[in-house]
Design a protein around this ligand. Structure first.
Ligand code: GLN
Length: 342
């Protein structure tokens, strides 16, 4: 026989249960099915966009299938949502700059990157040489080529092989699988990267290159040629969204403090000279690469990876920008969005 007290306890437990369920539902407003629906809508809405053109200053990139179109969203809880050409791979290109920067901040500290490289936007094309000359190699941004070359020269390792092994190991931890290099893209860029070599030598002349400039340029070129599919990019972005812990493997890749600084630098120059427009439109730190990929991070929520090779004049994938802007609005991902208290 249940007493009144028993019934009261049962009622109380039921109320607590219902309140906590509604709390969980509230916290998980971005359910997997909501994201899936938005990703599919974005895919359908933009699949026929025909603006833009593959990069061709690296000859092998001109030959990549321009119709590849893959979208992936990975949440901080480890849900993976993919749509489109999710198995097709492109080279990371400039997206790798984010992860080189993360390694250097994690290893040497935030001040070291700020002082030895710089974190201010150049506001110029990603491979412009003028910013080095103007500032005598100082205040260059890790998200554009001169800053990325200086950053690469700071990667831990006594020699080329050690540095490279550290890079490929760390990037693979971000992605949660073993990444490899697209050899034809690497060879194609290595044969045509005289401009990047010039940037590295000019930095060297200003004592802002911290390892051999020829080897540094080669390591950078090889890192740019690492192959990724949309899911890899989504997973790498999600590791950043989750404070440096890969949400699927559970591995701590970099510290939460490192991620704070990485995301800030992405805001300043992740989409090169269009970074202002990008953050204005999406409210999400992003990074593009001339291979056709873009990543975007909604801190604490999710990471997005989109691949579509045709680029605009600045060097950013046209379709990937449309998709991410759409998802930001549809899913409320703008990190500056605040609900008034009353
Ligand atoms: N590897 C390319 C370069 O250095 C990367 C540029 C990019 O993606 N914007 O030119």
């Amino acid at each position: 026989m249940k007493t009144r007290q028993d019934w009261f306890k049962i009622l109380l437990t039921a109320v607590i249960f219902l309140v906590s369920i509604s709390g969980i539902t509230y916290a998980q407003q971005l359910s997997k099915s909501t994201i899936e629906a938005a990703v599919k809508e974005a895919y359908d809405k933009f699949k026929n966009v025909s603006e833009g053109k593959n990069a061709d200053y690296i000859p092998a990139l001109a030959e990549v299938n321009p119709n590849i179109f893959g979208i992936s969203v990975v949440t901080a809880d480890g849900d993976v949502i993919e749509f489109g050409d999710i198995n097709d791979m492109v080279s990371m290109q400039s997206i790798e700059k984010v992860f080189a920067m993360a390694m250097v901040i994690d290893e040497l500290g935030a001040d070291a990157l700020k002082e030895k490289v710089g974190v201010d936007a150049t506001g110029m094309k990603f491979n412009a040489i003028e910013p080095i000359e103007w500032k005598k190699g100082k205040e260059i941004n890790p998200c554009v080529n001169p800053g990325a070359l200086a950053t690469t020269s700071l990667i831990k390792g006594a020699n080329y092989d050690e540095k490279w092994n550290n890079i490929i190991t760390k990037y693979s931890e971000f992605a949660g699988r073993d990444l490899t290099v697209n050899q034809p893209v690497y060879e194609s860029e290595a044969a045509t990267n005289q401009r990047n070599q010039a940037l590295a030598w000019l930095l060297f002349a200003y004592e802002r290159m911290y390892f051999d400039p020829v080897q540094t340029t080669d390591i950078y070129t090889k890192a740019c040629a690492i192959n990724v599919n949309a899911k890899d990019l989504g997973m790498m972005a999600a590791t950043l969204c989750n404070g440096g812990v890969n949400p699927v493997t559970g591995k701590t890749v970099v510290s939460p403090e490192t991620v704070e600084h990485v995301l800030a630098v992405m805001v300043t120059a992740g989409l090169y000279d269009d970074s202002g427009i990008w953050i204005y439109d999406t409210g999400m730190p992003g990074k593009s690469g001339v291979g056709g990929g873009i990543i975007a991070v909604a801190p604490g929520k999710l990471g997005i990876g989109v691949i579509s090779p045709p680029l605009d004049d600045v060097g950013n994938s046209v379709k990937a920008q449309y998709v991410i802007k759409y998802l930001s609005e549809k899913l409320g991902l703008n990190m500056y969005s605040v609900q008034p208290k009353n």
